[in-house]
Each structure stands twice: as structure tokens, then as C-alpha cells.
Design a protein around this ligand. Structure first.
Ligand SMILES: [Zn+2]
Ligand SMILES: [Zn+2]
Length: 884
């Protein structure tokens, strides 16, 4: 017999030991050789300097659940861990550390700086691993990857060279987004657009011939120094006469043409647009159409260039002030308006992004996007829930070329060398020693690195050994599911699909499981600025990993955001405790070795047939919901069955057969059922609550190995029994009715009561057969069962359930007048509270000014009190019936 179970489950004492046991047993490492079906998830690699947040906890709970489920179903299952070097983010972290020492990265030089970053990376990587272990993640650590590992670097190199050779990567001068603080280009996705209060300045550009000219409106007056035209709509009658003439660009005193272009919005500002091809992507395109030159007046350091004339060297916002003041002095400032508009910010440091014309590396996205779209249209890759397909397709249909070079040191350096002699480029898989065009040894490597997302786009196959055809790659690619939040559908999903299709001619995964973001208890986004961070590790310390995981999975709502609730975690912890206590009871009662009865042949009673039917039904439902990716519904089915059926009813109903006067056969039958159902319950729940189920399993089935590799239970449909479920429904209804009646007159739980049941034809026999259970569960001492043609007994409270009338005999045992008085007082109190609530909610001032959640709280309070009131009034009605 296994060691005695403690009376309460303490996750803090259990979880670390169990995780180590799993590692020692090697249950997370699949055996590729000879394996048939496979299941694989690659973890979306967290930033190596990141910290596990609630979003990760949710995502990792989902991935672990799916992996454990498949592992138990017998699939060779791999959940592959790893981290991302996270270019800008990590470099910013290390630069901030250096700044505290009074150093900048240039003081160290590239090599020493990178050494420093590697040290920081090592510290953080082990931290992330420790956090995932706390959550119980069944990751195969022997296959852990990092996006800057040697093997991974080789994969990135191969992908770059292949795209380069195929003509899909090019270097060119384009408008890009630039972060002056990070001093690097950004991809469109790394720019966050936020509504910002600003101004609209109206500036007059006088005509070159001395006429009044034209007034333009701008939110960025400093960029006017780089204007090369003014554009108007060709059909805008206010300006048609000006098209083809010149105006004077104020402050720079340069003549620029007025041009006509369909792009111009006649409604915006004055309908005349200053064209600054050097600093606006739309203007850049107008300039391309009209052959206008572009002048860069703001440099990469955020200061004005020498092209800005008198303003050269000024910081961009200082230049804005100076330009406006000078225009005003010259009488050319026609007006200023308050104006709220969208401004791009660096997603890493929140600095206002500057659109710049710059020479960078780009991926031509046209054919790749087509591949990405095709994969989804053909159903090779499917989204769960499907509505996210449109988000994905919209983005790919409107995609622009992807700027992949970054002016950073931390990352994959671009594998292109420039020749000092012939000026041409050399791009090869091995580092070259000479120019591939003229053989000159005077070549220099491009100093830039690749966008982090370029390397992570290769993650589903580069982690499995690509470009080599390794057994892992053959066995696990395409992977099965990608689990991710909707906010990185572009960053991740789309780019992975494109790269997978291009490099491997095969989809990277067949299913994209999209989950929502975790919001705080008030429904707000969790953010640094709100200070409402919730630390999953702290929650695990307090409640155990199982509780955190189970609650998060229960909160999943089909790709929508979910609202965190500590109450749910508490409830999940109580659920784990309930299971622990029930298991302890069952294991103790199997102590005599427990007979093994063939349940197909044994004589089964109603409760036996009912619990076996409910168990089969639950297993069927859980498997179906898991197969449909409805994880919350599967969790709910387990919760209902374990707590609401097995613990609350069956364990209670079978007690007489375990303790009382019973036959050996009967006891053995009950023991067999208790054991079978507990075995099924533990295994079915394991992917959801891995720790507590393993800890129980080691006592329940000692010597059988880890539950993590036990078979996932399958429903035995022969056990489904609709008749038993209907009959048990009557028993449960009657018990609940009597319990309610007891509550109405506040009978203490220990006191046995006298009850009369009046049932329609057919039911008295059933009730009679089950009277032992009914009496025990409803605390009945004296039970009479009659037909329904008998009149109601005197001095009894009555209620109806499942067609059965239940009467609780009062026998003068309670003080009816006293009870009525007490109820009357309670009713008055609640009515008064409700009146206060109603007054508040009718007050328009309160409703519009109070925070939404406070108003909501009042509404909930009113609703709940109203329900309570109805119950009390019903009780009073019953009591008054007794007096008549
Ligand atoms: Zn930045
Ligand atoms: Zn050359």
C-alpha cells in the first residue's frame, strides 16, 4: 500500500518534487524512432530578457494541456522550448544597464558589448526556464533552442541567401520608420499609432510671381524645410489655375511647383498639401509619380541636417518652435488649430517615430504574401476561432515590402559584403574572403543586423534542425498547432506561414489557436503604466500551479479577451482540494485490496448505473470538446462531474456499502466502481491539473509509472444509461427539495426530520427502493411514501420536484410566528437597500460620472438583492400557509 495521504493538499510541498520526477523519468522527451503519430508544438519563443506574465501563463497552460492530452493518447508528443534574442528589446536592456555605469555601447565596442549581452542573456534564459517549470510545462528541455545559437544562425543564413539568390531580398532607398532614440529602422509593425493632441498650423506659401499664393496646413511645420512641391486635387476649382505655377517656400526662399494629384483630399485643411518626400511615406509616393526630388532635413539622430539651412543642428522639436516663430514674424502664419491625430511611436521605447528616406534591406513580399494567402484559402492552415482568418488575410492583401535591416549590434549580422573596388555585393553561405565579382580581397561586411522577426519566422522548422533533413524535422514538421494571442497574428503567424511555405514547400502547422489577452479584474488591459501587473508566479506561490492553470483555461472565451479573476483561482484551488479529499477517502476504502468485479456482470444499483453513465458521458464530452479546441467547456465538464456527481452524490450514496451492514459482493462492486471512476477522473483531469493528479496517482496506482504517460481514458459507451439518469434525477430532485424545506425553517443539519413523499404512478416503487440513500442525504428519520391521490398532510411544508410532492412535517417544533417575524425583518432590510440602489442608478449624475465598474457593481447588487428578496418572500408565503 502506498504512503498515507496528508489530510490537506499543499501544492507548495509537492510541485517542485513532482516536476523533478517528470524530468528524471524523461516523460517529456519523445522517442522519434519507430513512432507513428506525432504531435508537436513549438513554443512561441518569449523574449530572452522577458518575464512570464499572465498572457504567457494562459498560453503555456493551453499548450501544455494539448501536449499532455496527445501524449496520453499515445502520440509521440513534442513541446519544444526556446527563447528569442529579441534584438531591440534586449539591446535596450543592456544599454540601460551600461548607462547606470556611465557607459555607452560605443565605449565598449561591438565585440565587448556583445559579450556583455550574452552574459545578460544567460541569466535571463535560466530564469524563464524556472518560471515555465513552476507552471508545470511539459517541455522537452533536451531540445531547447535560442535564436542566436550556432545551428539556428546557420538556418537564418540559409534563408537569407536563398531569398537573396531568388531575387526576393534587395537593398534600396525607401521611406522607412526610424526611431531616433534606438537609432534604428523599424518595421511597420514595430510602430504603434496613438491618438495624440497636437496642432494644425496654416502656412502661406506666396506665389513666385508676387500673387497671394496658397495656404497649406501641417501637423509637422519643421518638415516644410524639406518641401519640394505643393499638391492640390486636379479638379479642385480653388486651385486649378495655380497648377503648373511656382510658389516660394518660406524660410528657405526656394521656388517649388504646384502640382495636381488625385491623392489629395480636398476636405483636409485647405485642400493644398505641402509635399515632403523625405519625411512622409505618402509624399514619397507622390514624388515618385511626379519625378520630384527629396530633401532630408531631419537626420537619424533626430536633429536637423545641413539641408535645413539656418536650423541645421537643432533638435527636431526645437526646430519646430523656431520655424513657427519665424513664420509668425514674417506674417506667413495664417492660423493654429487644436488637432488630435495619430502619431507613430517606437513600440520599444515610445519615442515619436520619424519617417525617413533611408537605404535599407527589404524583402519583396508580393509572391510570399500570395503563398501565405493560398495556404489559408486552401484550408492547409486553419484558424480557431475562424473569424481571425480575415484579420490575417486583410493584412497580407495590403502588405508592403518588409524592411529587415536594423542598425543594431545584437542580432544576426546581414551576410552581405561590399567590394571597395567594383562596388558590387557578395552574399554567400560561408563567409567570403574575396569579392565574388572581381575577386578583390577588399570587402567589408554590412554592419547591420536582421529584424528579430526575420529569424523567428523560421522558428517552426529551424528549431527542428533545418536546413538539414534531420529525423526531428521529418517526424515533427509540419507541426500541429501554433498557440498565440491575436495581437501577433502579423508578427508571427503570417510570417511563419510564408517562410514555411517558401523554405519547406509545406505549411508550418495546420491549426492556429488564437486566444485573447488577459485583462485585469476591472477589464482593463494590463500595462506598466497602469501598474496593474499580475505576477503568475506569485499566484502559483499562493494557490499552486494547478489552480492558476485550471482557472485560466476555464476563462477562455473563443479568442476574446478574458477577465482575470482571483475568485476563480480560489475556486479552482478548492476544486483541487475536493479531489484530494475524495481520493483520500476512496483510497482509504480500497485498503483491503479492493475486489475487482466485472461490472458488466455484477448486479448494479441505480446509483452505480447512474455514476457509470455520467462518467462515460463526461469522458465523451471532454474528448469531443478537446478535439474541437473548446478547452473551457472540457474543463467545466470535468469540474461538474468530479464535484457535482462523483463527490457530492456517489461518494455519499455508497457510504453504507462501505461501512454498513452489507454483503462482500456488494462492497466489492462499489469498490470497483469507486476505483474505475477515480482512475478515469484522474487521467482525464491530468492535462488540466498535472500536479495534484500525479501526486494522487502515485498513491492510487503505485508502481505504474507517471500518470503523464498513462492512457487517456476513453468513454465506454455501453455504460450510457438514459433510464438510470432519469431515475436518479428524481432521487436528486427529491433530496434537493427536502434540503430546501429544511433550510426554510432552519432545521439544524444534525436533526433528523419527518418527511412524506407523494408520487405519481410508477415512482413510489423507485423511491421505496432508493429510500436508504434519500434518507441519508436529506437527513430524514421518518419517511412515508404515498401515491399522489392522498391529500396533503397537516402541519407540513410542501414543495414539488420531478413530479413528486415532498412534505416536511413541522409538528409544532418550530415557532412559526417567530420565524415569520424574522423573515419580515430581513425582507424590510433588503427592500431598504434596494431602494438606495435604485435611487443611485436613477441619478443621471452618478451613472455618468462614476467609473463604469462602480455603476456595474450597483446594478449587480440590485439584481442579487432582488433575487434574495424573492426567495425570502417565497419562504414567508410557505410559512403563512402553515398558519391557515
Ligand atoms: Zn525606440
Ligand atoms: Zn569586387
Amino acid at each position: 500500500m502506498a504512503e498515507e495521504m496528508a489530510s490537506t493538499y499543499e501544492p507548495q510541498k509537492v510541485e517542485k518534487r513532482i516536476y523533478q520526477y517528470w524530468l528524471d523519468e524523461g516523460v517529456f522527451t519523445p522517442q522519434v524512432e519507430g513512432a507513428k503519430d506525432s504531435f508537436c508544438i513549438v513554443i512561441p519563443p518569449p523574449n530572452v530578457t522577458g518575464v512570464l506574465h499572465m498572457g504567457h501563463a494562459l498560453q503555456d497552460s493551453i499548450m501544455d494541456l494539448l501536449t499532455r492530452w496527445h501524449r496520453m493518447k499515445g502520440d509521440e508528443s513534442l513541446w519544444l522550448p526556446g527563447t528569442d534574442h529579441a534584438g531591440i528589446a534586449t539591446q535596450n536592456v543592456v544599454e540601460a544597464m551600461l548607462a547606470e555605469e556611465g557607459l555607452a555601447k560605443h565605449d565598449l565596442g561591438r565585440e565587448a558589448f556583445l559579450e556583455r549581452v550574452w552574459e545578460v542573456k544567460d541569466e535571463h534564459q535560466s530564469h524563464i526556464r524556472a518560471q515555465l517549470e513552476r507552471l508545470g510545462a511539459s517541455l522537452d528541455w533536451s531540445r531547447e533552442r535560442f535564436t542566436l545559437d550556432d545551428d539556428y544562425t546557420r538556418a537564418v543564413r540559409e534563408a537569407f541567401v536563398r531569398l537573396y539568390e531568388d531575387g526576393l531580398i534587395y537593398r534600396g532607398e525607401r521611406m522607412i520608420s526610424w526611431c531616433p532614440r534606438c537609432a534604428t529602422s523599424l518595421s511597420d509593425l514595430e510602430v504603434e499609432h496613438t491618438e495624440t493632441d497636437g496642432h494644425l498650423w496654416y502656412i502661406r506659401y506666396p506665389a513666385a510671381d508676387g500673387g497671394p499664393g496658397v495656404v497649406v496646413a501641417t501637423t509637422r511645420p519643421e518638415t516644410m524645410l524639406g518641401d519640394t512641391a505643393v499638391a492640390v486635387h486636379p479638379e479642385d476649382e480653388r486651385y486649378t489655375n495655380l497648377i503648373g505655377s511656382n510658389v516660394i517656400l518660406p524660410l528657405m526662399e526656394r521656388e517649388i511647383p504646384v502640382i495636381g494629384d488625385d491623392y489629395i483630399d480636398v476636405e483636409f485643411g485647405t485642400g493644398a498639401l505641402k509635399v515632403t518626400p523625405g519625411h512622409d511615406p505618402n509624399d514619397f509616393e507622390i514624388a515618385q509619380r511626379h519625378g520630384l526630388s527629396s530633401v532630408v532635413v531631419i537626420g537619424e539622430d533626430g536633429k536637423m541636417t545641413k539641408e535645413a539651412g539656418a536650423y541645421a543642428g537643432m533638435e527636431r522639436y526645437a526646430a519646430r518652435k523656431a520655424v513657427v516663430a519665424d513664420l509668425d514674424e514674417r506674417g506667413l502664419l495664417e492660423g493654429i488649430e487644436e488637432y488630435r491625430h495619430s502619431v507613430g511611436h517606437c513600440s520599444r521605447c515610445n519615442t515619436t517615430v520619424e519617417p525617413l528616406v533611408s537605404t535599407q534591406w527589404f524583402v519583396n513580399m508580393k509572391s510570399l504574401a500570395e503563398m501565405g494567402l493560398q495556404a489559408v484559402r486552401d484550408g492547409e492552415v486553419r484558424f480557431v476561432p475562424p473569424r481571425w482568418t480575415k484579420v490575417y488575410c486583410d493584412w497580407l492583401e495590403n502588405i508592403r515590402d518588409w524592411c529587415i535591416s536594423r542598425q543594431l549590434w545584437w542580432g544576426h549580422q546581414i551576410p552581405v559584403w561590399y567590394c571597395d573596388d567594383c562596388g558590387k555585393q557578395t552574399c554567400t553561405r560561408e563567409d567570403p574572403t574575396q569579392c565574388s565579382h572581381c575577386s578583390s580581397p577588399n570587402i567589408k561586411r554590412d554592419p547591420d543586423v536582421l529584424d528579430t522577426w526575420f529569424s523567428s519566422a523560421l522558428w517552426p522548422f529551424a528549431t527542428l534542425g533545418w536546413p538539414d533533413e534531420t529525423p526531428d524535422l521529418q517526424h515533427f514538421y509540419p507541426t500541429s498547432v501554433l498557440v498565440t494571442a491575436y495581437d501577433i497574428i502579423y508578427f508571427w503567424v503570417a510570417r511563419m506561414v510564408m517562410m514555411g511555405k517558401y523554405m519547406r514547400r509545406e505549411r508550418p502547422f495546420d491549426t492556429v489557436f488564437i486566444h485573447g489577452l488577459v485583462r485585469d479584474e476591472r477589464g482593463r488591459k494590463i500595462s506598466k503604466s497602469l501598474g496593474n501587473n499580475i505576477d503568475p508566479i506569485e499566484l502559483i506561490d499562493n494557490y499552486g500551479a494547478d489552480a492558476v492553470r485550471f482557472a485560466l483555461v476555464q476563462l477562455i472565451t473563443h479568442g476574446q479577451d478574458l477577465t482575470y479573476s482571483e475568485e476563480r483561482i480560489l475556486a479552482a484551488r478548492n476544486f483541487g482540494n475536493k479531489l484530494w479529499n475524495a481520493s483520500r477517502f476512496v483510497i482509504m476504502n480500497l485498503d483491503d485490496g479492493g475486489a475487482d468485479v466485472d461490472l458488466g456482470k455484477a448486479e448494479l444499483r441505480l446509483a452505480d448505473r447512474w455514476i457509470l453513465s455520467r462518467h462515460a458521458d463526461m469522458l465523451e464530452k471532454v474528448s469531443k470538446e478537446l478535439g474541437d479546441n473548446n478547452l473551457a467547456q472540457a474543463a467545466d465538464a470535468l469540474y461538474e462531474h468530479i464535484w457535482g456527481e462523483y463527490c457530492d452524490w456517489y461518494l455519499e450514496l455508497c457510504k453504507p456499502d462501505l461501512y454498513g451492514d452489507t454483503t462482500v459482493e456488494r462492497k466489492a462492486t462499489v469498490q470497483t466502481i469507486l476505483r474505475e471512476v477515480l482512475s478515469g477522473v484522474l487521467r482525464a483531469l491530468h492535462p488540466f491539473m498535472p500536479f495534484v493528479t500525479e501526486e494522487i496517482w502515485q498513491r492510487f496506482a503505485p508502481g505504474t509509472g507517471s500518470i503523464a504517460v498513462a492512457a487517456y481514458p476513453e468513454a465506454d459507451s455501453a455504460m450510457l444509461d438514459a433510464k438510470a439518469e432519469a431515475e436518479m434525477g428524481v432521487v436528486q430532485g427529491v433530496v434537493s427539495a427536502v434540503r430546501n424545506l429544511r433550510a426554510v425553517v432552519s432545521v439544524p443539519p444534525s436533526e433528523k426530520v419527518k418527511v412524506t413523499l407523494q408520487a405519481p404512478e410508477g415512482l413510489p416503487a423507485l423511491l421505496d427502493a432508493e429510500q436508504g440513500g434519500i434518507k441519508a442525504l436529506a437527513g430524514i428519520g421518518d419517511l412515508a411514501i404515498e401515491g399522489e391521490d392522498v391529500s396533503a398532510p397537516e402541519n407540513a411544508l410542501g414543495d414539488v420536484a420531478e413530479g413528486v410532492r415532498a412534505f416536511l412535517h413541522i409538528e409544532g417544533a418550530i415557532d412559526v410566528d417567530g420565524e415569520l417575524e424574522r423573515l419580515g425583518r430581513e425582507i424590510a432590510k433588503i427592500e431598504q437597500l434596494n431602494e438606495q440602489c435604485r435611487r443611485k442608478l436613477e441619478n443621471a449624475d452618478f451613472v455618468s460620472r462614476a467609473p463604469a465598474h462602480v455603476v456595474e457593481l450597483e446594478r449587480c447588487r440590485l439584481e442579487e438583492n432582488t433575487a434574495n428578496l424573492a426567495k425570502l418572500q417565497e419562504q414567508a408565503e410557505l410559512m403563512r400557509g402553515l398558519l391557515r
